[in-house]
Write a protein that binds this ligand. Structure first.
Ligand SMILES: [Zn+2]
Length: 316
C-alpha cells in the first residue's frame, strides 16, 4: 500500500514538473501600452529569459506582415531585478485591429527560433493631409539624384539601425522649444507640388514648430550627440541617442552649438533654429526614431518609454 502511494506521488510530481515548468524557464512577456495607436512606441519587457540578449528581437506582426522589429537590451531595474527590454514602434501606416508582438532568437540568414508571443490591439488614428508647393531650387533638392545625398541618407540609416546599450534618458521627454506654434504634425500625409508641375507624396516623420530664426533649440532628453553636421536635405542637423535604438533629430538649424560625441543634459541648448536645407521658411523639424521607425514625439512627452519604477510594478 505504502509503495503504491509512493509511486503515485512520484507520478504526480513528474506530471507537475512536465506540465508546469519553473517560472524562470518560462519567459513572461509584457507590452506597454497594450493598445497603442499608429505612430506610438511600445515597450516590450521579457522576464525570466536567462540567456544573453544577443540575437534576441521583438517583431510587430499581423499574419505574414512584419511591420517593425527591435533588438533586446539588458536593463537593470535595481532591487536585484533585471529584465530584457526592446523598444518597438507601431509605424504610422499600420491599419487598426489585432496584431501581435513575437519574441524570436536568431542570426541573420537563419530561421528565427520562437520564444513568446502576445496580442497587441492597434487603435484607430486619422492623420491630416497637406499640400506643399516647392519652388525650383527646393524642387531640385527634393527630386534630383545626387551621390552626396545618397551617402548622407546611408549615414543616418546606419545610425538608426544601431541599438546600443546605454540608458541615458529615463522618464519623460520635453519639447525642444518653448513655442507651441506648430506648422506640421506627425504623420501628416503630404503632397509636394514641384516647379515642373509634377507631384510627389510623403508622410511627415516628425513635428514642425513655426519658430523664428535664432530660437534656442534644446535637447528633448539627456543624450549623446551622434551627428552634428550640415546635410543637403535637412540643412544643419543634430541627432541625439537617448536609449537603445531611440534617437531624436533636429533639422534646418541656423547654427549648431554641440559636437559629435558630446553628452547633453535634458534641456541643454544644441543649436539655434533656422531654414537651412529643404525648408520653405524658418522652422524646427523635431523627430524621434525608435528602432528605425519614426514615432510621434508627443507620446514621449506624455508617457516615459522606459521607466524602471513602472516596470518594477508591472513585473511584481
Ligand atoms: Zn518637418
Amino acid at each position: 500500500m505504502n509503495r503504491r502511494a509512493l509511486l503515485f506521488g512520484v507520478f504526480f510530481f513528474l506530471i507537475t514538473v512536465f506540465l508546469f515548468p519553473q517560472d524562470n524557464k518560462n519567459p513572461r512577456l509584457f507590452l506597454i501600452p497594450e493598445a497603442p495607436r499608429p505612430g506610438e512606441p511600445v515597450t516590450v519587457i521579457l522576464q525570466g529569459e536567462d540567456a544573453q540578449s544577443a540575437g534576441l528581437q521583438a517583431v510587430l506582426l499581423r499574419g505574414q506582415d512584419r511591420f517593425s522589429k527591435a533588438a533586446f537590451f539588458d536593463c537593470d531595474l535595481g532591487e536585484g531585478k533585471s529584465i530584457k527590454a526592446a523598444l518597438l514602434a507601431v509605424p504610422s501606416t499600420v491599419l487598426p485591429g489585432e496584431a501581435s508582438v513575437r519574441v524570436e532568437r536568431g542570426k541573420a540568414g537563419e530561421e528565427a527560433a520562437f520564444l513568446a508571443e502576445k496580442p497587441l490591439g492597434i487603435a484607430r488614428r486619422d492623420f491630416a493631409s497637406e499640400t506643399i508647393t516647392l519652388n525650383e531650387s527646393l524642387t531640385r533638392i527634393r527630386t534630383e539624384s545626387d551621390p552626396q545625398k545618397t551617402a548622407e541618407a546611408e549615414q543616418v540609416w546606419a545610425i538608426f539601425n544601431r541599438t546600443g546599450n546605454s540608458i541615458l534618458a529615463e522618464g519623460y521627454f520635453r519639447a525642444p522649444v518653448d513655442s507651441t506654434r506648430r506648422t506640421s504634425h506627425f504623420g501628416d500625409r503630404r503632397v509636394f507640388r514641384y516647379s515642373s508641375g509634377k507631384t510627389g507624396t510623403s508622410i511627415h516623420a516628425g513635428v514642425d514648430y513655426g519658430v523664428p530664426k535664432g530660437t534656442r533649440v534644446n535637447a528633448c532628453a539627456a543624450g549623446k550627440v551622434v551627428l552634428a553636421r550640415n546635410r543637403i536635405v535637412t540643412g544643419n542637423s543634430v541627432i541625439l541617442e537617448h536609449l537603445p535604438g531611440v534617437y531624436s533629430l533636429y533639422y534646418h538649424l541656423d547654427s549648431i552649438a554641440c559636437r559629435e560625441g558630446q553628452i547633453l543634459a535634458a534641456g541643454e541648448m544644441l543649436g539655434l533654429s533656422g531654414a537651412t536645407g529643404l525648408a520653405t521658411g524658418p522652422h524646427l523639424h523635431w523627430e524621434i526614431r525608435v528602432s528605425g521607425e519614426n514615432t510621434d514625439p508627443d507620446t514621449f512627452i506624455s508617457r516615459p518609454v522606459l521607466d524602471k519604477k513602472t516596470i518594477l510594478e508591472i513585473i511584481k
